[in-house]
Design a protein around this ligand. Structure first.
Ligand code: GLC
Length: 753
């Protein structure tokens, strides 16, 4: 379990003895409504419909006769998709802060924007594990590690729901790549599901009381998630006690009866794509305006399928499987009306819980100035200082700076797809540096801009044409080199263009690698700032003086990067994902593991995901999980552990900031099972705490661990098992920078929950 304020007490770690939170709504009132609803009214409450205002991502009309208002659902994880609104930094940037309290603040601010747009449910956070570095939506997720993903996800959910909005944790489960996402089957063993892919959802349910869970498009072990009874009902609802509603991903439901029986409660968006969001897709707007007499679906198939993302989703043009098909199945007695009642109960329960039945939701604030400041704080604390030779950073105020990069004059706000946000304003890195600098700032683009969908460089990398560093005759590079030679330091901004519906290359698009290499040869000192949606290869890493990983920074990109480059803010981030040297170094290098074969993705690596795999294979990463330097310097005293594994123990470690400036440190605690009878990763993150220390300040940082932090999931006994024997707690700055160890002994085998 993790916390940012080491002085505070900790709640139990996930899966602990605490039962699921109570239903938290007036069950009697909801039951009274269910009893009075007609069959048609019940059906209308379990599938979406066309939004008359046309700006919700999903819409339920409600039942005016009984005072049940409409329910409006909206994307997404970094801001409100339907309105001009605050564009927060990408989720992976938030995760890089390792600060669940900041996640709570973010969640509350996001919810305020959602309420400001008059919506009730936000389709966030996305908590899927970044299993492969190519994961196209890594920017929308948190980490390769379940503890970090679970802590940041639960914090975000708590923040969202504290401000009167239902959070929807997504995409349940094992939706870890974009390739084949609508039909591929994630072939995951039970132990990996339990230890790696389920914990973030489990913590959101058990610790944060999440109101909604989104069933993913993909199959797990051959069964579509919208029809996966074991995971939707046996695990999520019965074992974890989830009392909210399971909503499908958009057009993810194929078989309404199978989905109803499996535990899906709400089918979204409930209308064919050519009727959904007519405003957003002009072609569909045209189709929507066609007279009913025309064969609209055939025309849609003819005109729009090639233009529609996810064209391989057969459900896009269909009416909801929870409309006529479900109504007829209930009428025929094939599906009991009591099963339909349970779905309605879960939807109305969350509406009652959050005051929607009485119009008692808090007002919100779209595009609030305070939210702009928060995006800057998250971006600063999520920026990871990967390398800083000879303390080239922070920049001297009077330094003459050459800003180089194809997109340095454009803010890298976010990634592509359903998470996109249209902010009222966004500051770009060049302006940010110019605003903050005391010396002269020159700008040279160097190479052609990286367009949002361009992945040319990626293709070159995939084809193995990689970093041959061939001479470019491009005069723009020559011009950039002249510019950097006249400056004290060159700051090169590089980026990629990740998006939903496509996986990403680890190569920077276009000629950015070449640009960095040529600048590094020409400049006195070179700083590289990477704004990418996940890990990237850095063939030039050893040739430059400093590297910052800034992810997608949200609308305050310029202020944040200016503040970090000049040292106003300490880059507080730590890597939430491993940066490997090459694709083959990752545990998922084989084709059957990624992108899969014959529509099956084999999770053969089991629990050895990310750093767990790198450590087990003793493979040296480029930059390890948890890595991040600071402008300050921290020294650790000897760690200690108090308490028992079974009842919970507290790890404490003195940390001193021995520099003369403030800085942020993230203390990380990893567990090593010395005598395991099963294969376990060398270390597994169990807890962490982010602390801000002034120059010269010391503090004893504490982290609480519960039995689950020592357990592995035993498939035989179907239980979380802590085997008797010796465990080592490794305390340090990353999975590979251990500053102290403590040994704890477990006397007898334990079962955790
Ligand atoms: C998308 C995404 C999901 C999003 C939903 C609504 O396909 O998978 O994250 O919330 O549809 O846009």
């Amino acid at each position: 379990m993790s916390d940012t304020d080491p002085q505070s007490t900790e709640s139990e770690s996930p899966g602990s003895a605490t039962d699921a939170p109570p239903a938290e709504y007036d069950t009697e009132r909801v039951e009274g409504l269910v009893d009075r609803l007609t069959l048609d009214e019940k059906i209308a409450l379990v599938h979406g419909d066309v939004d008359p205002i046309d700006d919700a991502t999903g819409y339920l009309p409600g039942v005016e006769r009984l005072g049940i208002p409409p329910l409006r659902l909206v994307d997404g994880p970094t801001g409100v998709r339907s309105h001009t609104s605050t564009a927060f930094p990408s989720s992976i940037a938030l995760a890089a802060t390792w600060d669940p309290d900041l996640a709570r603040d973010f969640g509350a601010a996001l919810a305020s924007e959602v309420r400001g747009a008059n919506h009730d449910v936000v389709l966030a956070p996305g908590v899927n594990i970044v299993r492969v570095p190519q994961c196209g939506r890594a920017f929308e997720y948190y980490s390769e590690d379940p503890e970090l993903a679970a802590s940041m996800g639960a914090g975000t959910v708590e923040g969202i729901q504290s401000a009167g909005v239902v959070a929807t944790v997504k995409h349940f489960v094992a939706n870890n790549q974009e390739v084949g996402r609508h039909h591929a089957s994630s072939e995951v063993g039970e132990r990996a599901l339990r230890e790696i892919y389920l914990p973030a959802f489990e913590r959101a349910v058990k610790d944060a009381g999440v109101g909604s869970v989104m069933a993913a498009y993909n199959r797990v072990d051959g069964t579509y998630m919208t029809e996966h009874r074991r995971l939707l009902t046996d695990v999520l609802k019965d074992e974890w006690g989830f009392s909210g509603f399971v909503v499908s991903d958009w057009w993810a439901t194929s078989d309404g009866v199978a989905a109803a029986r499996a535990g899906l409660d709400l089918d979204m968006p409930g209308v064919p794509m050519y009727e959904w969001h007519v405003r957003e897709m002009p072609v569909d707007g045209l189709l929507g305006s066609l007279p009913d007499s025309l064969p609209r679906q055939e025309i849609a198939d003819l005109l729009t399928t090639p233009w529609i993302p996810d064209a391989d989703n057969p459900n896009l043009m269909l009416d909801s499987p929870f409309d006529d098909p479900l109504r007829e199945a209930v009428t025929r007695g094939e599906v009991g009306e009591s099963l339909l009642d349970e779905k309605v109960r879960r939807v109305l329960g969350q509406m009652e819980r959050f005051g929607m039945l009485d119009g008692e939701q808090p007002d919100g604030d779209l595009d609030a100035p305070a939210h702009h400041d928060l995006t800057q704080e998250i971006a600063e604390l999520g920026t990871v200082l990967l390398r800083n030779e000879d303390d080239v950073l922070p920049l001297a105020d009077d330094a003459d700076v050459a800003v180089v990069g194809p997109n340095a004059d454009t803010a890298k706000v976010g990634g592509g797809g359903s998470s996109e946000v249209d902010p009222a304003r966004a500051t770009d890195p060049l302006s940010g540096v110019r605003e903050r600098a005391g010396g002269e700032v020159r700008f040279a683009r160097g190479v052609p801009r990286v367009e949002e969908s361009e992945m040319v460089g990626g293709l070159r990398g995939w084809l193995g044409l990689g970093d041959d560093g061939g001479e470019s005759s491009d005069p723009a590079i020559a011009d950039a080199l002249t510019t950097v030679r006249e400056a004290d330091v060159a700051v090169v901004f590089v980026q990629d263009a990740a998006t939903e519906t496509a996986d990403r290359s680890l190569w920077l698009p276009g000629e950015q690698d070449e640009l960095v290499g040529r600048v590094a040869d020409a400049a006195d000192r070179t700083v590289v700032v990477c704004n990418t949606g996940g890990p990237v290869r850095m063939p030039w890493a050893a040739d430059v003086d400093a590297v910052l990983a800034g992810w997608y920074q949200g609308q305050a990109h310029g202020e944040a990067v200016g503040s970090v480059l000049y040292g106003d803010a300490d880059p507080g981030g730590r890597l939430p994902v491993t940066f490997g040297r090459r694709l083959d170094d990752y545990p998922t290098g084989e084709k059957r593991r990624y992108p899969g074969v014959d529509d099956q993705v084999h999770y053969d690596e089991g629990v050895f995901v990310g750093y767990r795999g790198f450590d087990a294979d003793d493979t040296e990463p480029l930059f390890p999980f948890g890595h991040g330097d600071s402008y300050a310097d921290f020294e650790y005293g000897d760690p200690a552990a108090e308490g028992e594994v079974e009842s919970g123990l507290t790890v404490s470690v003195p940390v001193e900031n021995v520099s003369d400036r403030e800085g942020r440190e993230v203390v990380q605690v990893y567990v090593h099972d010395v005598e395991a009878s099963v294969e376990r990763p060398p270390t597994e993150l169990a807890a962490f705490a982010a602390v801000d220390l002034d120059g010269g300040e010391s503090r004893t940082v504490t982290c609480d661990l519960g039995p689950r932090d020592f357990a592995f999931y035993d498939e035989e006994s179907e239980a979380w098992t802590v085997e008797a024997g010796e465990f080592e707690l490794l305390v340090g700055r990353s999975s590979r920078d251990v500053r102290g160890r403590v040994t704890v002994e477990v006397e007898t085998d334990l079962t955790a929950s």
